[in-house]
Design a protein around this ligand. Structure first.
Ligand code: TNX
Length: 525
């Protein structure tokens, strides 16, 4: 095994196998493995998409087509991709906070519990990829991609290793603001590809704000017609049609990423009030707003149009969302009494719950009584008192951690950085990495933390290069916080593994920040 095996996030178990590396050859075949029999209907087999990804990955790297087979040719050298029946789980899991250190006597080969677990075993005579679910297989494909090494002679090999892996947290996300600056579907696909590459499984899209409304909803066509043409500062805007939306969802799903859409209410609503004057006390549309102040706009509980609006937009959004979660916003309403705020948040939450979806809200919703059980409360401002989060968790809420000083990837790396904001401080690689989610809110009941979500707000970010410059390398660090057991995390080790990732981002042509806290190869010219 080489000294540095650049798998990020760090797997639960990664150990050498006593064998030479696997070399991709003209004879390499990817086999969708079954229990002996040939696969009846290859196109419908749930392991087929992952097997196609593996054949594509190996074929691209080696520069020749790699065959896919649905019956084991029985010759050495195959790559087996297999969905396991629900095998007995190991006793302690990585999902359980405080679970014991891994590699401590448990059968290293047993698949850990959970839908996302996977195992990759590589030796000279073949590769095995096993998981319980297609998502697990996709994680294994990503690990294989990170293990591949292109040799100077044009050959491609995979070091002989055994990886047995599963995530610590079920929710590992990125919140992306497509309202302040619109992100086109092709650019969004690049971001989704990065999420998949770091085993992040949630893309939270902040679709509406004061400046614009970005998703066409059948019940309210004026929203995108009147309020999507621009971005902050008068930059060009855009919106997603229903067909774009389907394309985004499908693209994300194939990469193991679910989409959690957000319509932000009862504040951050100027785009809606610009499209529908009935949402304002004087009945007249507000002006378009393209600045970056927050907190000035608000819905009005005593206007009948408000409740019809909430039922319509959250009803449409829930119908367009195959995933379990819909985000209702709830942040930064600076001009409303708590009772009115609570009534409006409950109205939005009820509309979401009526469609069988689970509510997510920014941290301010922790103060609202009567939210549906299982509501996810997303912390963002880490200067606050933990008591309301603890109380909400005791009432059944789950807590999603997006502390600004750690994972707000729109914060500048340092004072001289040209992009980004500074209200939560500067966030360098170490800040994004060296923190422990379970210690963030003292007093939370065990198991209350559902996961970690980075955020990228786009007031100052106008292009795909701007987005990836803020994401890379910090997104990889946040992904490791969300996926890897605390004892597997070490900044010096992360920076050694990230070196190869910098070279990979360069090969993809992505803009990224050569943080002085990383160790990078010479730039490509
Ligand atoms: C706070 S975080 C906001 C956003 C801004 C962001 C900029 C949150 C729920 N609200 O409206 O875009 O800061 O970092």
């Amino acid at each position: 095994m080489p000294d540095v095996v650049p798998v990020v996030p760090a797997p639960l178990v990664l150990e050498p196998v006593d064998a030479p590396p696997y070399v991709v050859s003209a004879a390499t075949t990817v086999v969708v493995a079954t229990t002996g029999a040939a696969v009846d209907d290859p196109a419908a087999h749930p392991a087929t998409p992952a097997a196609v990804l593996v054949a594509d990955l190996l074929g691209r790297a080696a520069g020749h087509a790699v065959r896919l087979a649905f019956e084991d040719p029985g010759v050495p050298g195959a790559v087996h991709v297999r969905l396991l029946p629900d095998a007995p789980a190991a006793s302690t899991g990585p999902g359980a906070p405080g679970a014991g250190a891994v590699g401590d006597g448990r059968d290293a080969d047993a698949l850990p519990p959970g839908d996302e677990a996977y195992r990759v075993v590589v030796a000279a005579d073949g590769v095995r990829l096993d998981a319980r679910t297609p998502e697990g297989l996709v994680h294994g494909v990503v690990t294989l991609r990170q293990l591949l090494r292109e040799l100077p002679d044009g050959g491609v090999e995979v070091p002989a290793v055994r990886v047995v892996d599963a995530p610590r947290y079920a929710w590992r996300g990125l919140s992306l603001d497509v309202a302040r600056h619109f992100v086109s579907v092709p650019d969004l696909k690049v971001v989704i590809g990065l999420l998949g590459h770091y085993k992040l499984n949630v893309l939270h899209l902040h679709l509406t704000d004061d400046q614009a409304w970005r998703l066409d909803l059948p019940s309210r066509p004026e929203l995108v017609r009147r309020s999507s043409a621009h971005s902050v500062g008068g930059d060009p805007g855009g919106h997603y049609s229903a067909a774009d939306w389907d394309e985004i969802l499908t693209f994300a799903q194939a990469r193991g990423v679910r989409v959690v859409p957000e319509i932000d209410v009862p504040g951050h609503v100027n785009a809606a009030q610009h499209a529908y004057g009935e949402l304002n006390p004087d009945g007249r549309p507000t002006d378009e707003y393209l600045g970056i102040e927050v907190g000035f706009s608000r819905l009005h509980d005593d206007l009948p149009a408000t409740h019809a609006f909430l039922a319509d937009v959250f009803g449409d959004l829930a119908r367009m969302t195959p995933g379990a979660y819909v985000h209702v916003g709830g942040d930064e309403v600076l001009t409303m009494a708590p009772e009115e705020y609570a009534r409006l948040v409950r109205a939005a939450a009820d509309a979401v719950a009526a469609h069988g979806r689970t509510v997510v809200g920014w941290q301010e919703v922790a103060h609202v009584d009567g939210l549906p059980p299982g509501t996810v409360v997303q912390l963002w401002d880490d200067r606050v008192d933990p008591a309301p989060f603890v109380a909400a968790a005791e009432r059944g809420a789950r807590i999603l951690l997006s502390p600004g000083s750690r994972v707000y990837l729109d914060m500048k790396y340092d004072a001289d950085f040209p992009l980004g904001l500074e209200w939560a401080g500067h966030v360098e690689l170490r800040d994004a990495y060296a923190w422990e989610p379970e210690e963030f809110l003292p007093g939370l009941p065990e198991g209350a933390v559902i996961g970690v979500e980075a955020a990228l707000w786009t007031e100052t970010l106008r292009t795909l290069d701007d987005l990836t410059t803020m994401l890379l390398p910090r997104l990889a660090a946040v992904a490791e916080v969300a996926w890897s057991a605390p004892e597997r995390r070490d900044l010096a080790d992360l920076t050694r593994r990230l070196t190869a990732h910098g070279a990979y981002w360069d090969r993809l042509g992505l803009a990224w920040y050569r943080s002085p806290q990383g160790v990078w190869d010479a730039p490509v010219s």
